[in-house]
Every structure is written in C-alpha cells, then in structure tokens.
Write a protein that binds this ligand. Structure first.
Ligand SMILES: Nc1ncnc2c1ncn2[C@@H]1O[C@H](COP(=O)(O)OP(=O)(O)OP(=O)(O)O)[C@@H](O)[C@H]1O
Ligand SMILES: [Mg+2]
Length: 320
C-alpha cells in the first residue's frame, strides 16, 4: 500500500488495536472506498464489532451504531415515529410520520448482529440499504457494515437468505486466532493487553472531503482489456470448472460484472494505482466468501493465480 494514500491511516488505526484479521481490514477499506455495503461473519469475540467501530470512528463521517436483537423495531433504525391527530370536515384523521434518524441520516453505519433482527424490520432495512432511498428521498449513507455470528443453530440466529446477502457486495468470513492456530498473533494480543488498558479512543483520520475526492477518482481508474477479460474468465472458471451453479452459488451478473469493477478499482486506489492490473483480481476474494461453496472458496487464491498467469476460458473462439 502506498504511504501517500489517506486510507492507509484507517488501516493504521485498525492495526494499532486489532492484531491480525488482515482480510477483514482490507474488506472494510475496499467497502468504504467503493461505498458498498460490507458483511462480516465470524464466531463471537473475534473483533468484528471492534474493527467496524474503529474504521467508522476514524472516518469523519456521521455514524450510526445499532445492535440488532430479536425485538428490533423499525423505528429504532429509522428515527422516531410521530403520530398526530387532525380534525377535518370529514372527521378525525390520524397521521403517522417519521422524524428521520438512524440509517436515514447516517453516512456510515454499523448494524451489529444483523441476523438477529426479526424478518419484518430486516426486510425494510435491507430494502433501504439496497435502494439507498426512503420513499422518494435519497439517503446520505455511504456504507453499512453488518456483522453476524455464523448462522448455525448454536448461535440462535437465522441466516440471511442469499438474495438479501447479495445486497452486501463485500462479504468476509473472520476466524478466531485460536482455532486458526495463529499463535504468534495470539501472543501479540496478550502483549497488547498487558501493556495498555482495554478502553480505546479512535482519533478522526479521514475527512468526508477525502472520501468524496477518492470516490470521484474511482470512476476514472482505467480497467485495461486484459483485466476485463480475466474478470470474465474468473466467473466462467467458477461455473465451468468448479461446479458453481444456481443451486450452490449466488453469482449475480450485477455483483460480478458491475459491482466487481468498483471493488477492483478501489483495490487499485488502495495500492496507489490509477490503473487496474491483474493483481486487482485479488479483490474478488473479498466478495465471494458466502457466494460460492466453501470448498471452492478455499481454492480461490489458486484460481486467481492461474488466471493472472493467463489461462483462457472465454474470449474469441469460446471456451478452451
Ligand atoms: N485479534 C485481536 N486483536 C486485539 N483484540 C482482540 C482481538 N480479538 C479479540 N480481541 C478483543 O476481544 C474483544 C471482543 O471483540 P468484539 O466484541 O469486537 O468481537 P465480536 O467478533 O464482535 O464478537 P460477537 O460476535 O460476540 O459480537 C475486542 O474488544 C478486543 O478487546
Ligand atoms: Mg460483535
């Protein structure tokens, strides 16, 4: 990563307080640069909330934090519900309106434990995140970061269905240091907490103007033809060689042929480039954790490596 890059400051803040979890950190950075939503799933106590809080705190954006629970009501997410009575010629009319707050006025939000929300609130929430609108009004939200425990029975939550999960362009699975057998990193956490108190204050590091400047730049990051071709080959390889299909995957055209360009461009900017290279195909791994079967995801580094060393799948002449 280039040292001139303002987003390096956000990474520094995360590195100061959280050991390891490199992929979660990069996914968060790509999400805030691209203004796409991020879903982080992992077991309890693996610093998911902490990382989301750090990046939200270090970015000088209007922040909304909400811990979802089984009784979450829509008004807690959208602002206050005001009910008024009016006397008209035809009688009494009861009106209901929302004084906007929560996700309707925030620029960045943390939706902690999203899979605990009841269906009714969750559906409206996800629709607003997707459309970035509340009725006809646009909302200022740049990025929502949602966290969840793995949706297995023992965590008492419901999995988001694949179509809902697809609203989160960035998707990342975080793993604990202990079960991941990352003993050096574990020792570093122990050292960190031996030396300093647990409270943390994150200084503001990146202003809204910088976010705007980079978002402007994002659109003009060039994507050369060989990178476009490699992206098409990536999707073709997953489907033709690795058995991804509608029954086991969520490879939507929107995500892989449109949103992926933003993520690859953000990856280039994060590395101080204004032109994408084949190297930026690596950004696709921050999008695929829950979109393809786990056994394919585990081979992704190799799949990307093969593609960047030019093994053709699509292009003139069809598949090879
Ligand atoms: N890799 C790490 N580096 C530094 N601190 C860590 C790390 N992992 C866990 N911690 C500590 O553990 C605490 C728990 O993290 P946090 O509450 O963010 O977990 P979580 O993944 O959101 O858990 P839950 O799923 O229960 O909400 C952190 O506040 C931090 O003190
Ligand atoms: Mg948490």
């Amino acid at each position: 990563m280039s040292t001139e890059n303002p987003f390096v400051a956000l990474k520094e803040e995360m590195d100061k307080l959280v050991v390891g979890h490199e992929e979660v950190k990069i996914a968060l950075l790509l999400g805030v640069i691209a203004r796409e939503h991020i879903y982080v799933e992992g077991p309890p106590g693996t610093a998911k909330t902490m990382l989301a809080e750090i990046i939200s705190g270090a970015a000088q954006l209007k922040f909304f934090f909400y811990q979802l629970h089984r009784d979450t009501r829509l008004s807690e997410l959208l602002g206050d519900l005001v009910i008024s009575k009016e006397l008209t010629e035809t009688g009494e009319v009861i009106k209901q309106r929302v004084v906007k707050g929560g996700i309707l006025t925030a620029e960045i939000c943390l939706l902690d434990d999203i899979s605990r929300a009841p269906g009714e609130s969750l559906n409206v929430l996800l629709r607003i995140l997707n459309e970035r609108k509340f009725f006809d009004d646009s909302i200022p939200l740049l990025t929502a970061i949602a966290t969840s425990n793995p949706t297995a029975d023992e965590y008492y939550n419901e999995p988001l269905d694949p179509a809902n999960l697809d609203r989160f362009v960035l998707q990342i699975s975080s793993q604990g240091l202990s079960y991941g057998k990352k003993w050096d990193e574990a020792k570093e956490v122990i050292r960190l907490y031996t030396e300093r108190p647990a409270e943390y204050q994150v200084p503001p590091r990146v202003s809204k103007e910088v976010f705007d400047e980079y978002y402007q730049k994002l659109g003009s990051v060039a994507i050369p033809e060989e990178v476009q071709e490699a992206l098409a080959n990536f999707v073709a390889t997953l489907i033709e060689d690795y058995g991804c299909d509608e029954s086991n995957s969520m490879i939507s055209d929107r995500t892989f042929f449109v949103k992926s360009l933003k993520i690859m461009r953000s990856h280039a900017l994060l590395h101080g480039r204004e032109v994408c290279t084949l190297e930026d195909l690596n950004a696709l791994k921050y999008m695929t954790a829950f979109r393809i079967p786990e056994e394919v995801f585990l081979q992704l580094d190799q799949i990307i490596e093969d593609l960047t060393t030019k093994k053709k799948k699509t292009g003139t002449g069809g598949t090879s």
